[in-house]
Design a protein around this ligand. Structure first.
Ligand code: ADP
Ligand code: MG
Ligand code: ZN
Length: 589
């Protein structure tokens, strides 16, 4: 906590520091513009790109925080053409490096990569090329190359002494910080670069970082006095929505399939993130059975198969990749139309990063999260050993449970930004616009009954799980007419309990066995206020989910045609079955 406070203090100081005007004119302006147009064949810069390029060309260290798809690569690729010499790029994944090297080569720019998998002869050849004054502009490496390959470091020394090491780019820089997601121990040691090459400007780039993570990254890389650029996390082309998750797995699957069919053509790509490997396997199998081109991707899938799934999906041969979070950083597909989360992620950071893989081409895309409170409990059991989990899970729970607050504004605020204009690009705003806003309901009596049920929990029995609490509450006679629990659906029971957690009347509690962590529910001291009738509990009535409907005409027609076709097929099948004298009883829906 002390360290964190120190960091926050430092952040405040840094934010007061005046900034140079990186938008003004520089001697290299014409060259930069020319490289943009003739080499990269792009018309304009995206927000912040020009400023970042100016700052790094001026020799400043830079930390750049830009959403996925914002165009971070150009910020170090273009300056390399102006500065000449060699730019070292540290990147965490081979697949990312591979894509970048291919991309540069296709633009006629020479780039090489080195990793632990590079064959010896290739390394030797690469070193030779680095020594000679060849046209190699980029050397891409994984962090372990920097921190543990002595020979490589001495090569860099040589380049440095010859004045040919012009810039160091550190991609996915949030991997440095233990407080971010994706922490990589080798990244933490990258401070050695500034130490060894103090005159070489460092450009650190990331899409996900909170203030504390940013500060931590600066310290680890020893670039505390760097220029800091932060693009808004808001991406106006993404529609953010949360769907009430049915209790039964097969209902979730059916809902998902109906939604995808109603809204998308079979050529529209998507990702479905699942919490467990098993979930992703069974969901992928189910989608395939329903005639959808889906494939499964998780850490246990054979590396070769995984690679194939990734490339088939990238090429559009597979429509939907059903994956765990292992399907991550190497994804470069620009036209992902939807990212569905089958379960609650562990933080807003994780969610934003995963969902943010949608719509990198700037076209409309949907980020949909299936949420029910029981999933939050499951997630809590999984992360309860991570420091700071409660805060992180709390934030994503608030995002998921919001029924009338703009989801876009919740995300912006989470990352310390002023809320962005939503233009009805989230389910809450869009409901409000169509006059179907969520209804606020007083559930104080029900909440008091739950608090009483928990307070009376027999000491001899184990702690209360969600299911046990609901059952006992439904069976109990507490409340005015003794019917409050039973008078509601089990889903509504769960909603009331969830609201009590959000409001701080109930908290999570854990039991550890050798094999698993179990999550239980426990009252907080606040709950006594409920029992004394001193507090009220309100719940935003979950809006009944409209059945999956089409949002644009074309897919609707496609879906209609598909439906007509399957109807015709049904009629034919029934006819055939009757003709064969098969079934005596027909179920028709
Ligand atoms: P990031 O690393 O920030 O996620 P990338 O550098 O991979 O993003 O860029 C994402 C996409 O945006 C790429 O297809 C890239 O060619 C494109 N892009 C980058 N800068 C521009 C620009 N100024 N104008 C148009 N497209 C751009
Ligand atoms: Mg990138
Ligand atoms: Zn909104």
């Amino acid at each position: 906590l002390e360290v964190k406070e120190k960091l926050l203090e430092q952040i405040a100081v840094n934010q007061r520091a005046p900034k140079a005007d990186w938008q003004s004119q520089f001697s290299w302006d014409a060259k930069v513009q020319d490289a943009l147009e003739t080499v990269f064949r792009l018309a304009d810069f995206r927000p912040h790109q020009r400023e970042i390029i100016n700052a790094t060309l001026q020799g400043r260290d830079v930390l750049c925080l830009m959403p996925t798809g914002g165009g971070k690569s150009l910020c170090y690729q273009l300056p390399a053409l102006i500065s000449g010499g060699i730019t070292l790029v540290v990147s965490p994944l081979l697949s990312l490096i591979h894509d970048q090297v291919l991309g540069l080569c296709s633009l006629g720019i020479q780039a090489i990569s080195l990793s632990s998998l590079t064959p010896k002869e290739e390394i030797t050849a690469a070193y030779k090329q680095m020594d000679s004054h060849s046209d190699i502009r980029f050397v891409y490496v994984t962090p372990e190359r920097v921190v543990s390959a002595k020979r490589f470091m001495s090569k860099l020394e040589k380049l440095y002494k010859g004045g040919r090491l012009k810039r160091i780019a550190i991609d996915e820089a949030h991997c440095c910080s233990q407080w971010g997601n994706d922490f990589r121990p080798d990244y933490k040691k990258l401070g050695v670069l500034k130490q060894q090459f103090p005159d070489v400007p460092i450009l650190a780039l990331t899409a996900t970082a909170t203030d504390v993570v940013c500060q931590n990254v600066k310290e680890i890389l020893r670039i505390s006095a760097c220029e800091f650029f932060r693009s808004s996390v808001d991406r106006s082309n993404l529609f953010w929505t949360v769907r009430q998750k049915p209790a039964k797995a097969e209902d979730v699957t059916a809902d998902m399939i109906a939604w995808i069919r109603a809204n998308y053509r079979p050529t529209d790509s998507g990702i479905i993130y699942c919490q467990t490997r098993k979930e992703s396997e069974s969901l992928a199998a189910e989608l395939q059975q329903q005639g959808m081109r889906a494939a499964c991707y998780h850490a246990d899938v054979d590396a070769g198969v995984r690679e194939a799934v990734h490339s088939q999906w990238s090429a559009g041969k597979v429509q939907i990749c059903v994956a765990t979070v292992a399907f991550g950083m190497g994804i470069n597909k620009p036209d992902v139309r939807f990212v569905i989360h089958h379960s609650l992620p562990k933080s807003v950071e994780n969610y934003y990063q995963e969902a943010g893989r949608a719509g990198r081409d700037g076209e409309r895309a949907v980020c949909m999260l299936y949420y029910r409170f029981a999933d939050a409990l499951k997630q809590a059991a999984m992360v309860s050993f991570e420091p700071g989990w409660e805060q992180r899970l709390g934030a994503i729970m608030r995002y998921a449970a919001a029924a009338s607050t703009c989801r876009r504004s919740l995300i912006s605020r989470h990352f310390g930004e002023a809320p962005a204009q939503c233009h009805a690009m989230c389910d809450c705003c869009s409901r409000a616009q169509s006059g179907a806003a969520a209804e606020r309901q007083d559930v104080t009596e029900a909440a008091a009954a739950v608090a009483r049920t928990l307070a009376d929990w027999p000491a001899a029995e184990k702690r209360a799980t969600l299911v046990q609490l609901i059952d006992r509450w439904r069976a109990s006679k507490v409340g005015a007419d003794g019917k409050i629990g039973k008078g509601m659906s089990k889903d509504d029971n769960e909603h009331v309990i969830a609201q009590m957690v959000y409001d701080g009347y109930i908290r999570f509690d854990f039991g550890y066995t050798a094999y698993a962590t179990n999550a239980y529910l426990k009252t907080t001291h606040q709950s006594s206020l409920l029992l004394q009738g001193k507090k009220k509990v309100y719940m935003d009535c979950p809006v009944a989910e409209a059945p999956a409907t089409a949002s644009s005409k074309e897919p609707q027609q496609a879906a209609q045609a598909e439906q007509d076709c399957s109807r015709r097929f049904c009629v034919m099948a029934i006819g055939a079955a009757l003709a064969w004298g098969g079934p005596r009883l027909l179920w028709v829906s």
